[in-house]
Design a binder for this molecule. Sequence first.
Ligand SMILES: [Zn+2]
Ligand SMILES: [Zn+2]
Length: 287
Amino acid sequence: MDAPQEEVKVKHDPALTKDTWWHSFNADGGEAGYVATSDLEELPSEVQVALGLFVCDFKGLDEEAVNWNVTHVSKNGMSRLSGPKLLKGGQRSGNKGCGEEELWAVPKDPKHKKTQVVAKGSAEFCYLEIIYLIDGGLCPCKRCCKSLVALADRTKSVIVVRPMVDYELISKHRTELARGETFLLLFRPGVKTFLVCHTAANEAPDSPLARDLTAHPTKAWCTCAACGLAFTARFAHENVKSKNVKKDKKGDLAVTTTCPHCHVSGEMPVVREGVGAFPAATVDIYF
Ligand SMILES: [Zn+2]
Ligand SMILES: [Zn+2]
């Protein structure tokens, strides 16, 4: 007999999404806000690992419908637990509701919508503390994104959605997302906004909220105390960043360096929140 293998313990709870409708996760029908970045380094490291190992799988998907290929990936992003599993939903979302409703669950008696819930795709969302990788046809609308925010909480898991076509985040028109680029939505437990990560400049979503710029592992967004230039302090490693970003006398974050424009040296204030890519002007800090 083989020696017992070290198994990755994955928590599975069949009751986790039992008797839920898609709208159970967004009772007031509100929309989720989002932040955006074009820098893959701003994604959690385990998500970067998963993206490197599990490329988009659009097999069998209709780009004008809500349908998902769901892959269950271990918490560290390194192994496939199961999937991809194709889940079919409704057509393009309208005012009456979204195709996600039909993907998630259906009423036992279609004439009486309040009858017993028959689980469909919801049955695939019973794992705790994993990464759900969803390759999809249509990009979820902001109302469905609010459901995904709550679903990340319910499953204590990270959810990544990689759609083929967008009708809402970038513009009101159809945008077919470039296959060679990254365009994804990231939902994390305990985080009320989602993150849109896009590498194509023309796929930037139109109204992101300000994000926490201090969370970048190896960059700090600085302003020159002398000339006012916005520049990026780029560190060789996370540890180098944590050593070099310090609190100044007023308790604000600052980096002691030399401005790439006016060459004045000193404490340069760190910008905490903002929108868009880190400034192009860069100073490298190695230790
Ligand atoms: Zn929707
Ligand atoms: Zn300067």
